[in-house]
Design a protein around this ligand. Sequence first.
Ligand code: NDP
Length: 451
Amino acid sequence: MNSHQADDLATFMAGVERRNPGEPEFLQAVHEVAMDIIPYIADKPIFQELKILERMTEPDRIVSFRVVWEDDRGEIRVNRGFRIQQNNAIGPYKGGIRFHPSVNQSVLKFLAFEQVFKNSLTGLPMGGGKGGADFNPKEKSEREIMRFCQAFMTELYKHIGPDTDVPAGDIGVGAREVGYMFGQYKRIVGRFEGVLTGKALEFGGSRIRSEATGYGAVYMMEEMLAHHQETIEGRICVVSGSGNVATYCAEKLIGMGGKVVTMSDSSGFIYDPEGLTHDKLQWIMELKSKRRGRIEEYVREFGGTYHEGERPWGVPCDLAFPCATQNEITADDARTLIDNGCRGLSEGANMPTTPEAIRVIQASKTLLHAPGKAANAGGVSVSGLEMSQNSLRLQWTRAEVDQHLRRIIRGVHDQCVEFGTAADGHIDYFKGANIAGFNKVAAAMIAYGVM
Ligand code: NDP
């Protein structure tokens, strides 16, 4: 970036900061994109004249609403729900719903903004959105979760529809919560339509939707390595998280001959030098989804060590898969990964790497690093395929969906290479994903005129 472009970036970010005070996560996500897009559009006056990037950073609308529900003791509880409809230039708004106490407008705006680029990269006709509530599903009974989901949908249904906005799951929202929300939507509107993805197979879900994000993060790693004639087989893999994305990422890695030695939750991580097996992983899936237990219980069952309050990035590895939450890899963690000879980092989570950590990795040029908007695009891709199947009134086989998923991730990888390869041959996957995602949305916005 030359000094003129650096000035443009500073001016642009000053405007975004003025309009979005107190929203650090959103500003972080916009800055990461603007750093690549501003130099890219420097010699393309149409994008500047039409203020495309400025328009993309302003959500189409933000819906915020009260969610009132009754807990098991008869006490009235009040939460705040949101739906951010960021951009529908290339298709209906599409993006997950997150239930977590840390949810606020800034977090959801960062996720909705990232989603626009991610969905564009998949090649499917999907715009970007995100939603959620500051509801903590932990230690809630089944009935409390059901009542919360119903109360949430009683307001959300006014703003969504199969051709307007199609939400899915995210942290704290899995097939069970999607079932409760879909049931409530159907009850209110009186129609059975594909308004949510991540549904169970019995009522319009797609095969491989649960697995898709984790599998996709591994397929992305496979593509990056294949580009350098390398493979996953025999590589030591460090995974964070133990939820939906992390467990299916680990499952696919084990299936491809990788050795997964860590998993984590918000309390700490386990290290199993022997490596996880399918049986051990099955035990973790039951621990987390059925018993709602803590990852530390793993060492009592299978041995290894538990590290309270720590993240797994200090464990020497070849491949790293952050699959828990945002900003979980700091600059120090990035240096440790590089010093330990880590070769690849595929972001299952959204924005898990801090800006400082990204700079450290970019400077090293030794670590293949796929951003979340490319590496975790598998989830929304199969959501898009679920929408297609709902429209067709068909359900594809596992092999058919997996074939589409692999093809889509290969396409995502190839676009990153096309737009992210420097003169010296180094591939900046962040730059490639940002520019490729931007181009398609920008072209549609230009076609629509000024609005
Ligand atoms: P889950 O709720 O299934 O699992 C989240 C995991 O991350 C849990 O192990 C949880 O631990 C841990 N975690 C959550 N918050 C924190 C935190 N603040 N610090 C440390 N660990 C934390 O969510 P998903 O697996 O669905 O989502 C994980 C990531 O992947 C998120 O960034 C999400 O946005 C992203 N993603 C998910 C997609 C999907 O299809 N589900 C699609 C694309 C991206 P604990 O059990 O203690 O809560």
